[in-house]
Design a protein around this ligand. Sequence first.
Ligand code: FE2
Length: 431
Amino acid sequence: MARIVGGIATSHTPTISFAQDAGKQNDPVWAPIFKGYEPVQDWLAETKPDVLFYIYNDHMTSFFIDHYSHFTLGVGDEYYSADEGGGPRAIPPIKGDPALAEHIAKGLVADEFDISTFQNKGLDHGCFSPLGLLLPHENGWPLKLIPFQVGVLQFPAPTMRRCYKLGQAIRRAIQHYPEDIKVAIAGTGGLSHQVHGERCGFNNTPWDMEFMERLEKDPEGLLDMTHAELAELGGLEGAEIVMWMIMRGALSKKVETTHKAYYLPSMCAIANMVIEERSDEKPEEMDAAYLKRINHQVAGVEKLDGTYPFTIGRGVKAFRLNNYLHSLVEPAHRKLFLDDPEKSFEQAGLTEEEKTLVRERDWRGLIHYGVIFFMLEKLGAVVGTSNLHIYAAMRGETLEDFQKTRNAQIMYSVAGTDKGKTDWDNKEPAK
Ligand SMILES: [Fe+2]
């Protein structure tokens, strides 16, 4: 079973990555930043976790207010640096761990944390700014990353108590993961700062010191603090320390801080901690009982012939093709697909197998491959095929035979105003 080796807390201000990218290691004003991270690097090099579960928040880069959520688990197989306006940082991509992420997702949902998931999104300074100082990466990163994005920028935001409980659920999931791997937990954000409004520039070092002390020794004494109380003491953006509570919740009750650093050169205190486990707290449930519980909702679905639940695993494996078909909602991509499908396949980097499935409108094959049905009906709308044609093809029947199984022989699709895409209506059905 997987083992949690300890936790890291760290600020994630872009000051950290700027210092690294600009090569400020020997500048006396910047050097304390690097010095403060050296013991964390040493701890990671000694403990050698296989996976870093990394709690951070995005800053309206890849997660915008057009669709904002509280808890978003990274399930992808690779993550890259986001472009925050001046081009992405020159930092290599890092591997994810889709299998462990899917297991954690199942555990969290079973524990009533209805998280969302993401892949193929750039990670901004909330992730990569401190990560670059935590780990060597010139020749590739030494471990896998599971990023966990927390929506702390729009109110209502998750509470301290909710975050702590979420951490406990993450701990359960990791401890019951049936692979013999080591996992470290990182919580990022803070410490005290405010970057907006007339109060910008607010800091409070005594509160930062108190918070770090209580995080180790009395985390549960902090759980009733409101966002307003956190903002009063640590600045509004400093309230992102709720993410440190997720990390703390994922550790055992008894821990010891073996490293602590604090430096306040400008707007935000740059702080970090290494918190090591000091008890071997085992989960309350037996492994088999936990695994049965998190798989309970879909247990038995495998007996249903012709039924393929769209799991995280399928979504990761078939992401490229699902993404290609989803892009048909964009008029420019749709036009390219209709005018020059081979060029559109090449641009999207589809494999030969994926190209063939689309070229041949192999509706059943697409489902078997891992494409979700709702991409099929989009493709149908683009090429002028009704939903009924697709249903019949998936069943291996003619349209007429399938229509006989319905109460009325109607036809429809999701096509809107594009010309000619519902030509099958009021005509003899095509074969
Ligand atoms: Fe932040």
